[in-house]
Write a protein that binds this ligand. Structure first.
Ligand SMILES: O=C(O)[C@H](O)CO
Length: 374
């Protein structure tokens, strides 16, 4: 029997790897001869660094860069000397997680620090960079990041424009003559957390800027900035930003990654599945066991479990989900393609007990499951 363990994290309770450890122990107690393969996954958000490092076997690199408001901050990225691959998460340098809510002010924020992490990775000799975008405090269409890489954004009288969202409409010309010469030797893969277009009703500013401190007027001004700047992008790179899915991720970092880095954009889960060689490693499996903190109909749209279900369906592999809590009906579960479902909360005395003793409960769930499929 071949069983693949492919969980997301249980937020504030178990990491994906702890889940795999608990489930392996539970399965081995009942099915000592089963072949168990551990492939933790993530969608590009929280917990992704740990999962990526499982596959990359990289070293944590600490570097001082600019935070969203041009102040020094220590940011961490991963680097694997062996595969010359770096994994850079923009939120480390340019994310809302660095700020208190009252500091959110995306019109004045920059992605410069993300570019500085990329420069550091290039200097370390990276030939491939995986860039996770999302959770940003910015709406600068990636001009801060691009500035760190040598692009110059010029306004009236060829004056250099400070790389913040508020200034996008001032840009008349992009000077590419001083771009870091090593930049285009690097293979950039970009994990986007959303698929929004750059501007308009569903664009970066209209949908996300208010969460990052923009007033109604700011949102309008930022959306106009993205619209104006998209024309400059099209003139310079011959790419229509509005036709790029995910262009509006992270305040326009989606399109920035495409035109300035020549990166390939994809949903976070798909990128991590690729890194894990997921579709290859699950060949011939009898079961895939997945899990996450809470399973509800919303979780199933576009997140980690959805990515697992699509791969499992393509190879006709049965799926079991062990979750913290469940908020879907049995009918929904079958429609989604889940064949077996159990939850920690059914056994725990309270939410606190479920969170604190998740490991033991998950192991128990795995033992019961193994006894049923034996
Ligand atoms: O950073 C942001 O703007 C959101 O996470 C969407 O990408």
């Amino acid at each position: 029997m071949k069983i693949v363990l492919a969980p997301d994290k249980f937020k504030n309770s178990l990491t994906g790897l702890q889940f795999c450890d608990a489930v392996s122990k539970g399965l081995e107690a009942v099915l000592p001869n089963a072949e168990i393969i551990t492939l933790p996954l993530a969608d590009g958000g929280d917990g992704t660094i740990e999962v990526i490092n499982y596959y990359l076997q990289g070293k944590e690199i600490q570097v001082i860069v600019n935070n969203p408001f041009f102040q020094p901050v220590q940011a961490t990225y991963l680097f694997s000397e062996k595969s010359k691959t770096a994994f850079v998460v923009m939120a480390e340098a340019s994310g809302v997680k660095l700020l208190r809510q009252e500091q959110f002010d995306c019109k004045n924020a920059t992605t410069l620090g993300t570019g500085e992490m990329i420069v550091d990775a290039i200097e370390k000799g990276a030939s491939k960079i995986i860039l996770g975008i999302g959770g940003s405090a910015t709406n600068d269409c990636g001009i801060g990041m691009a500035t760190a890489l040598g692009y110059r954004f010029l306004g009236k009288n060829n004056s250099e424009v400070n790389p913040i969202g508020e200034n996008l409409s001032k840009i008349k010309f992009i000077d590419v003559s001083n771009v870091n010469p090593k930049l285009h030797e690097i293979d950039f893969q970009v994990a986007c957390d959303v698929t929004n277009p750059l501007y308009g009703e569903h664009g970066a500013a209209s949908v996300y800027a208010a969460q990052k401190g923009a007033t109604k007027e700011d949102v309008k001004m930022l959306d106009k900035g993205l619209t104006d700047f998209s024309k400059i992008i099209e003139e310079t790179f011959n790419v229509n930003p509005q036709s790029v899915k995910g262009a509006g991720a992270a305040g326009g970092m989606g399109i920035a990654s495409k035109v300035f880095l020549k990166g390939e954009l994809m949903p976070g889960i798909e990128l991590i599945k690729k890194l894990a060689q997921f579709d290859k490693k699950i060949i011939g499996a009898d079961w895939i066991i997945t899990g996450e903190g809470k399973l509800d109909s919303q979780t199933l749209s576009g997140k980690t479990i959805q990515g697992i279900l699509s791969s499992a369906k393509a190879q006709k592999i049965k799926v079991a989900a062990f979750c913290g809590a469940i908020d879907i009906s049995e009918e929904e579960m079958f429609t989604m393609g889940i064949n077996y479902l159990d939850a920690v909360i059914k056994r725990a005395e309270s939410l606190e007990d479920a969170m604190q003793n998740g490991y033991g409960y998950v192991k128990q769930i795995a033992e019961e499951f193994a006894a049923k499929i034996k």
